[in-house]
Design a protein around this ligand. Sequence first.
Ligand SMILES: [Zn+2]
Ligand SMILES: [Zn+2]
Length: 165
Amino acid sequence: MPEVDGVDISNFCTIFGIITIMNRGIMQTEKISRRGSKQKSIVLNAVRTLCNHPTAEDVLFKAREQIQNISFSTVYRNLGILVDEGDLITISGTGSEVHYDHVLKNHCHIQCRVCGKVRDVNFPAVDFKEISESDASGFTVDGVCVTFTGTCRQCRAKQGTKGAQ
Ligand SMILES: [Zn+2]
Ligand SMILES: [Zn+2]
């Protein structure tokens, strides 16, 4: 099993973060007339800037850097709209918390059983279009969500196991 602790994608995240900051700069120069669309943009940019499959609470803290008094319900509502409109996808892992992802292509995730964080896994995504109806208990298949489970490097280090690096 390759190391899939999420550290390997840090370069990608850094690059994406820079692009996001640039985009945000462009957006700030535009006159966004409607309050609702401004809030939605801030929520979407928060997910993109965090780049780590944040929960709604994580997004709230990030969004408050832009709008200090933005409420959890506003953030949550806008996350739902962005999912409905296809700008974000949700990842339901082992816990009750939903994580949000701005990377829309079919890819696999891993969730830490200890702290709950979610990261990408560099592993071929399942091509669900090849699964026949008869192989799927009579279902037609229209999506796939693969989430591996494990223990992240930080949690292993805290536990002091041999696997810690
Ligand atoms: Zn962990
Ligand atoms: Zn992802």
